[in-house]
Design a protein around this ligand. Structure first.
Ligand code: XLS
Ligand code: NI
Ligand code: NI
Length: 440
């Protein structure tokens, strides 16, 4: 018995590039072998709960546009609504054939009147999820706590001036790690929703940094205490909702991790739209995480390049995906991480079918980009070029400059004695861009 929300659609088939059926995959075949591994195991797709099932379609100028049978205007019993929502969610996960899903506590359980009631509600839904996971084979990519929607968090969670809010947030994260652990989650995400400031006039930056550092350390200590095997991930974002978010970008988060001795414990979950808001490209953030050894997972969406906010649209730009997945492959690919669609419909896309079409398109787009990236990586034209470009560093005099043998005055003496007189070499950017285009 299904809920009937998606009519008679129960499974989206793979039909190949020539099919005109838009409720089929054209490029994503989970069983296709790329670089010796199934596509499903490379891409590790996840569907998010919040945008698909909890968001009513509002924007700053208007409220609900979607009509969903589990919304409060249709059912008043919160737990009954949460279970219907879960039924539909798992029907969608199954129809799409994605292996993973992700959720915040507030997406899945009714809001209680206090902390104890929230925990009780969450645990009741976790029981329900446990049963659904074993029926469907679905797995949890990550769990997380919503520490930004409720007004108690308006001035931050871990970085709140009020220690009671810090305590409430810490206690909430404990319940969410417990839930994630019970469901076999492969990661736990911390996106610093309101960890930032609106005005420096009321903010003690140094103190808030200390609070956030202690908070993340508490999370890591608890992870080890309960034997949670997943990876702890921080999701950088430069602004929105606060004017300035502390986890600005990958490099900023790395500095924070080093400052609080967390660099071997925490990795990053990089979102395309957040990279754009930070004035970077997605591939820049991915490459930076790879270079710093903290790459974890991705939130896959796209920002509108003309709007200065997090528009969370489904990806549809294959060349961009190719460059992104090229960096992911270079960073070693996903281990516990995956490709989570933190993306939402446009608020005019009212039909249940639109939820399926959005994900089909996003998955096909990622598959095309990934296959191009894999071919590019295997041919190694780009990486060989880079290797040759730095080849001079393997000569013994050059090595002495980096390994501590030479001091600044030794180098000056060497330059004079050997009459060092560098000859500039072409960076060949257009050639390299043309190489990339061969794969698209
Ligand atoms: C918001 C974030 C959020 C996190 C999870 O911009 O992308 O959705 O992924 O809290
Ligand atoms: Ni996200
Ligand atoms: Ni986001």
């Amino acid at each position: 018995m299904t809920t009937g929300f998606f009519g008679d659609i129960t499974k989206i088939p793979f039909e190949g590039a020539d099919s005109q059926n838009m409720l089929a995959f054209h490029h994503y075949d989970p069983d296709e072998i790329v670089m010796g591994k199934r596509m499903e195991d490379h891409l590790r797709f996840a569907v998010c709960y919040w945008h698909n099932f909890a968001w009513p379609g509002g924007d700053p100028f208007g409220g609900q546009t979607f009509d969903r049978p589990w919304f409060p205007d249709r059912i008043s019993d919160g737990m009954q609504a949460a279970k219907l929502k879960a039924d539909v969610a798992f029907e969608m996960f199954t129809a799409l054939g994605v292996p993973f899903y992700c959720f915040h506590d507030a997406d899945v359980r009714p809001e209680g009147s206090n902390f104890a009631e929230n925990t009780k509600n969450l645990n009741e839904i976790v029981d329900y999820f446990e049963q659904k996971q074993s029926e469907t084979g679905m797995k949890l990519l990550w769990g997380t706590a919503n520490l930004f929607s409720n007004r108690r968090f308006m001035s931050g969670a871990a970085t709140n001036p009020d220690p009671d809010v810090f305590a409430y947030a810490a206690a909430t994260v404990k319940t969410c790690i417990d839930a994630t652990n019970r469901l076999g989650g492969e990661n736990y995400v911390l996106w610093g929703g309101r960890e930032g400031y609106e005005t420096l006039l009321n903010t003690d930056l140094a103190r808030e940094d200390q609070q956030l550092g202690r908070f993340i350390n508490l999370v890591v200590e608890y992870k080890h205490k309960i034997g949670f095997k997943g990876t702890i991930l921080i999701e950088p974002k430069p602004q929105e909702p606060t004017k300035h978010q502390y986890d600005y970008d990958v490099a900023t988060v790395y500095g924070f991790l080093r400052r609080h001795c967390l660099e071997n414990e925490v990795r990053v979950n990089i979102e395309q739209g957040h990279a754009i808001l930070a004035g970077h490209s997605f591939e820049h953030e991915l490459a930076m995480a790879g270079a710093l050894g903290i790459f974890g997972s991705i939130d896959m969406n796209r920002n509108d390049y003309q709007s200065g906010w997090d528009t969370d649209q489904f990806p549809n730009n294959v060349p961009e995906m190719a460059l992104a997945f090229y960096e992911i492959i270079k960073a070693g690919g996903f281990t516990t991480g995956g490709t989570n669609f933190d993306a939402k419909l446009r608020r005019q896309s009212l039909d249940p079918e639109d939820l399926l079409l959005a994900h089909i398109g996003g998955m096909d787009c990622c598959a095309r980009g990934f296959k191009a990236a894999a071919a590019m990586y295997e041919e190694a034209a780009l990486s060989n070029f880079v290797k040759d470009r730095y080849a001079g560093w393997s000569n013994p005099e050059a090595m002495k400059m980096l390994d501590g043998t030479y001091s600044l005055d030794d180098i000056a003496a060497y330059v004079e004695a050997a009459d060092v007189n560098p000859d500039p070499v072409s960076g060949k950017q257009e050639y390299l861009e043309n190489v990339v285009n061969r794969f698209l």
